[in-house]
Design a protein around this ligand. Structure first.
Ligand code: HEC
Ligand code: HEC
Ligand code: HEC
Ligand code: HEC
Length: 204
């Protein structure tokens, strides 16, 4: 991120100064740019500032980022960070199913696009006011939802590892809208209901 930013600043600082000196900066431009910031956006622009500004008036970005948001004179495309388009950070095919669609994206593309200081953190531990830590849902760390390696080990007919986990830690981390459901009733395209294998059992 920073090399591109540095290049952009170096390249566009003179141009922006020219624009400002020529009186071309309109009111909106002044509100998203700061004279003190050396030709960059105002402090706090990422991620909160730009989200609020874009949500309020996304057309105001086109002057510099291009009518199709592919960079324009700023040479910074919204899709430099966003995987979808200028409004969607995730690939458009995910829709409301990010929890179910992200594993296949990662198996194809790895975590390069997620692991940075603006999105989910350089070490995938999350970014304040932006993407959560991967471990906020996963109990096995960024790349594994479970802390045991084999869940469906039907070759032995036993699944001892999850019973041990639940015995020690309870079901708090299984119970939510993206894993096994708030009442362990299962989630579409994600974790099965516990009752699939434990009919009639109520877990605490
Ligand atoms: C007056 C021109 C101008 C306008 C208007 C403008 N930008 Fe920018 N933008 C730039 C330039 C130049 C850069 C590269 C320098 C920098 O990083 O600040 C940039 C960089 C960015 C970055 C990357 C910042 C970083 O630190 O990597 C984001 C995000 C961004 N703009 C979003 C927006 C959004 C959203 C809007 C509309 C609400 C907008 N910009 C309006 C010129 C503009
Ligand atoms: C330097 C990286 C970066 C660039 C460049 C960037 N964004 Fe973002 N944008 C983010 C991040 C990170 C988020 C997610 C923040 C969050 O979810 O809280 C985001 C979120 C958004 C959102 C809210 C999306 C949602 O799902 O709620 C909008 C709108 C937005 N950006 C507009 C823009 C526009 C328009 C541009 C180009 C002019 C742009 N962004 C360029 C990093 C960037
Ligand atoms: C909102 C909760 C949530 C967040 C945040 C989240 N995941 Fe996931 N992740 C899931 C769920 C649920 C599954 C299982 C989906 C399924 O069964 O197909 C999963 C599965 C995966 C898998 C497949 C591996 C496995 O053990 O099944 C990978 C890889 C993965 N996630 C990577 C990531 C990364 C990297 C991040 C952070 C950038 C992340 N996830 C953030 C909920 C989340
Ligand atoms: C795919 C089938 C399957 C699913 C789904 C499943 N379990 Fe199990 N579970 C088993 C099997 C088989 C055992 C017995 C393993 C053993 O005896 O070591 C077991 C054992 C347990 C035990 C040990 C106590 C007991 O009743 O034997 C607990 C606690 C447990 N599971 C909790 C859960 C919870 C909570 C869920 C849902 C989040 C769940 N299981 C989902 C198959 C499953």
């Amino acid at each position: 991120m920073s090399p591109i930013r540095t290049v952009a600043q170096r390249t566009w600082l003179p141009m922006l100064l020219v624009l400002v000196l020529a009186g071309c900066g309109d009111k909106n431009t002044q509100s998203v740019f700061s004279a003190d910031s050396g030709g960059a956006h105002v402090a706090g622009w990422l991620p909160g500032g730009h989200m609020a500004a874009a949500t309020a008036n996304i057309d105001s970005c086109t002057e510099c980022h291009g009518g199709d948001f592919s960079g324009g004179i700023s040479k910074v495309a919204c899709t430099k960070c966003h995987l979808g388009n200028q409004q969607d950070v995730h690939p458009l095919t995910w829709g409301d199913l990010a929890y179910a669609r992200h594993p296949s994206y990662i198996s194809q593309n790895g975590t390069t696009a997620c692991a940075n200081i603006y999105c989910h953190g350089a070490n995938l531990t999350g970014v304040a006011s932006s993407g959560p830590s991967c471990s906020s849902c996963h109990i096995g760390g960024p790349s594994a939802v479970h802390s045991w390696t084999v869940f469906n080990d039907f070759s032995t007919g036993r699944l001892p590892r999850h019973s041990q986990y639940v015995g020690n830690s309870g079901t708090a981390s299984c119970r939510n809208a993206v894993c096994h459901g708030a009442n362990l009733q299962g989630v579409t395209l994600s974790g099965p209901p516990c009752s699939e294998c434990h009919p009639g059992v109520t877990f605490q």
